[in-house]
Design a binder for this molecule. Structure first.
Ligand code: ACO
Length: 433
């Protein structure tokens, strides 16, 4: 890759009487960046930025977010257009390859992914090792990491073809793994993938069919599932993607790196938020209890889950599509009068007009409506983050590939502001007071 932006002047910094010029680089879109790579070598100081609120940790050409304007672009294409007009596998192709495919390229790509949907037969035994009540995200962390033990022929990260095959395998096998994680917890037999079905259709069937009775996939629900996958496909350098990049920077194999990303996604401040948002709506229960709940948020007893975002200080563009998809799914499944939907819509209205939330620029994020939608599709709350992981796998692997293929890539090794004890002598235990 090595584009490294366009030079756009220089910043100067004066430290301990020494002046240093730092180049400023301009990307295609977004804020300029001050290139501080020489700072430590020349001035003996680090920068301090816990939470990376002012730090661009890499150069990337995949996804762009303008958080103030509520814009999300994948390879330049707005998320709203992709969600309305594209398919998840086409978005996967776009994220991985940089351009939309021709019709032939798309057919070939869909066929390639389809051919990788099965798991090594012995992998099924892995599932048997988990407790039946294991959280499916725990099962995903374990089984995705275990892929590295089964697909040795795609773990050489220096080989382009192996990198590509590992990307295809991950995208193809994730629905099979996720469906098995679900089936295992409910004690039903695993359902094998069917290659004549589309990506989302196949996933729904693997989750909801049983050997005794097949499952006719509802096309409206399959389309909604596909759209939900598109909405979660990539999101720039978020916590789990940065985890994948950091894990991959040491040369770890892609399956292990994606397992690390899944572990990070699990947390309630990240992918776990949709489960928490649904729990919150259930806890509120009825519209009349909203004011009391909102007061609790203002008293800082808890946060409004599904609200706020580190980057979006405007409406999350994915939340708009998700809200519409939510209405479509609820209408199709006959849950149009779901009381939780009423609570969500009223809560959103109140929060968007309340100075506490307005002043802090807190808007609904993609997770606010996704919980109710996924519940109407038939998924239990524990599966919500698993579905997020399934969809985000393409973003993780595209970002991982971009990093590995960047000639300036180095192992990620942050430094620190040390505030622990200065050097002191060891005291034997009998001399300690
Ligand atoms: N409810 C109430 N207040 C909030 C919320 C919220 N959901 N989010 C932020 N705030 C408040 C904070 O209390 C703080 O107020 P203060 O300045 O008076 O102290 C201010 O807004 C800024 O909050 P930070 O924590 O500094 O914002 P940050 O950017 O670090 O947090 C985060 C982003 C973690 C997403 C946060 O908004 C949050 O916890 N939201 C709820 C969880 C959630 O929905 N996560 C999903 C994110 S989207 C995704 O992962 C797909």
């Amino acid at each position: 890759m090595e584009n490294k932006g366009t030079p756009n002047g220089a910043a100067s910094i004066s430290i301990g009487g020494k002046d240093l010029g730092l180049p400023i680089l301009k990307g295609t879109l977004g804020p300029d960046v001050v290139d501080i790579r020489k700072l430590y070598g020349e001035t003996d100081v680090f920068t301090y930025d816990p939470g990376f609120t002012s730090t661009a940790a890499c150069e990337s050409q995949i996804t762009f977010i303008d958080g103030d304007k509520g814009v999300l672009l994948h390879r330049g294409y707005p998320i709203g257009q992709l969600a309305e007009q594209s398919s998840f596998l086409e978005v996967c192709y776009l994220l991985l390859n940089g351009e939309l495919p021709t019709a032939d390229e798309l057919t070939k790509f869909e066929r390639t992914i389809t051919l990788h949907t099965m798991l090594h037969d012995q992998m099924d035994r892995f599932f048997q090792g988990f407790r039946r009540d294991a959280h499916p995200m725990a099962v995903m962390v374990g089984t995705v990491g275990a892929l590295s033990a089964f697909y040795h022929d795609s773990t050489d990260i220096t080989d382009l073809q192996q990198r590509t095959i590992s990307a295809h395998r991950l995208i193809a096998k994730m629905p099979t793994l996720a469906a098995r994680a679900y089936k295992y917890t409910i004690g039903q037999p695993f359902i094998y993938p069917r290659n004549e079905l589309g990506y989302a259709e196949n996933f729904l069937r693997m989750c909801f069919a049983v050997p005794a009775e097949d499952y006719q996939v509802n096309p409206v629900l399959a389309k909604a599932m596909d759209k939900i996958f598109i909405l979660h496909a990539d999101h720039e350098q978020n916590a789990s993607t940065s985890t994948v990049r950091l894990a991959g920077s040491s040369g770890a194999n892609p399956f292990a790196c994606i397992a690390a990303g899944i572990a990070c996604l699990w947390g309630p401040a990240h992918g776990g938020a949709n489960e928490e948002a649904l729990n919150m709506l259930k806890e509120i229960g009825t519209v009349d209890r909203i004011p009391e709940y909102v007061q609790g948020v203002k008293d800082r007893k808890y946060r409004l889950m599904g609200f706020g975002h580190r980057v979006y200080k405007n409406y999350d563009p994915r939340a708009k599509v998700m809200q519409q998809t939510c209405h479509e799914v609820l209408a199709e499944t006959g849950h149009g009068d779901d009381p939780l939907l009423k609570v969500a819509m009223e809560l959103e209205k109140i929060a968007l007009n309340d100075p506490y939330f307005v002043e802090r620029k807190l808007y609904p994020n993609v997770d606010f409506y996704s919980g109710i939608t996924l519940r109407a599709l038939g998924f239990p709350a524990e599966m919500f983050t698993v579905l997020f992981a399934l969809a985000r796998t393409v973003g993780w692997i595209a970002q991982w590939k971009e990093m590995i293929e960047d000639p300036s890539q180095k192992i990620g090794r942050p430094r620190q502001l040390y505030t622990g004890p200065a050097m002191r002598d060891y005291t034997p235990v009998d001399k300690r007071g």
